[in-house]
Design a protein around this ligand. Structure first.
Ligand code: ZN
Length: 227
């Protein structure tokens, strides 16, 4: 098993293999410079011919390591459920957030509960679900821990946001790009994130998107239709 982390500035490129290039030295300041191509996989594909997959990371917060296939790895221990996996439903969210008095926003960002949801997609999912980021996390379920409509709405919103973002090629903020160098387009579909002061896009709402700061991170939401 190969564990790869992009860190702050890492990226993979897939491109035709020019033949004889090796990873460069690590001391150049610029991104997309072959000098920051730290690891190069040379592949031969029946359809694409000689191809290489290049890991580039100017700031070097990323990493790549081999791990035993059978036993997992300490880097993966304690990670929560996959937001795209079939396990994520209202019942699981209700169970995960049981007794949690932290705001919904913070609970959704907690990687030990759900792994891989970041600041943007949490704002978008809460907007889609019509739930306030300030609401105490445990209130998506009944006192006995039964998932109500809030938990079901939130689970389906999380899954749909991730699915839509993947379909759009991800969100290009700063310099994120896909493996072939093209940009993602999901940022053009944001309904809450980055839209402070703009009209809420929910039909008939009439509210205005606000920005608040929770745990040092920006949260965007509509106080009219998100409760
Ligand atoms: Zn609204």
């Amino acid at each position: 098993m190969l564990i790869c982390h992009l860190g702050m500035s890492g990226s993979f490129r897939i491109e035709a293999d020019p033949g004889d290039q090796a990873p460069g030295a690590f001391h150049h300041p610029r991104s997309k410079d072959a000098a920051h191509d730290h690891i190069v996989f040379h592949l031969v594909s029946p359809t694409l011919g000689k191809t290489r997959v290049v890991f580039n990371d100017p700031r070097r917060f990323g990493f790549m390591l081999f791990a035993d296939d059978s036993g997992g790895h300490p880097m993966l221990d304690g990670l929560g459920v996959e937001p795209t996996g079939n396990r994520l439903d209202g019942a699981l969210l209700a169970e995960l957030f049981k007794g949690k008095k932290t705001p919904l926003k913070a609970a959704l960002l907690d990687q030990t509960l759900i792994a891989g949801l970041g600041n943007i997609y949490v704002s978008e999912a809460l907007w889609r679900a019509g739930l306030s980021p300030r609401r105490a996390a445990h209130t998506i379920a009944s006192a006995s821990g039964k998932p109500g409509s809030r938990a079901e709405r939130l689970a389906s919103a999380v899954r749909s946001v991730i699915a839509d973002a993947i379909a759009a090629g991800g969100s290009t903020l700063r310099d994120y790009a896909q493996a072939d160098g093209s940009l993602g387009y999901f940022q053009h579909q944001f309904s809450a994130y980055g839209r402070e002061g703009e009209a809420c896009r929910k039909a008939g709402c009439g509210g205005t998107i606000q920005r608040i700061v929770q745990s040092g991170r920006s949260t965007f939401y509509c106080p009219v239709c998100q409760h």
